[in-house]
Design a protein around this ligand. Structure first.
Ligand code: SF4
Length: 107
């Protein structure tokens, strides 16, 4: 998969973004998919399929608006394609479009 960003976009982002965010944004397009046993995933309740969240353990997902929560409508998700995207929480890796974690924020 070719890089989604051209040189001008990279340099502009470099001038504006904090170093950590820049690294997260440009380094993970080709990264591995977040594994189920990833320590950050475990800590935040990340799952590849938002319908499989243990709502007893993660009540945020059980609330009135919980059913609709998934990565694709999270404010910090950036789609790469129909199936995967990137998330600054998992820098260097890809998350599933249908995923979810307890850091979900409405877009
Ligand atoms: S913070 Fe948002 S985009 Fe990142 S894994 Fe959690 S729900 Fe998905």
């Amino acid at each position: 998969m070719p890089c989604r960003y051209n040189r001008r976009q990279f340099l502009r982002a470099a001038a504006l973004a904090p170093p950590g965010l820049l690294l997260a944004r440009f380094s993970h397009a080709q990264g591995p998919v977040v594994a189920a046993d990833d320590p950050t995933a475990t800590a935040l309740g990340y799952v590849a399929d938002h319908t499989e969240v243990d709502t007893a353990k993660w009540p945020k997902k059980a609330g009135a608006n919980g059913a609709g929560q998934q990565c694709t409508n999270c404010a910090i998700y950036q789609a790469l394609d129909d199936d995967f995207g990137v998330c600054p929480i998992f820098a260097g890796k890809r998350v599933h479009a249908a995923g979810w974690c307890n850091s979900w924020v409405r877009k």
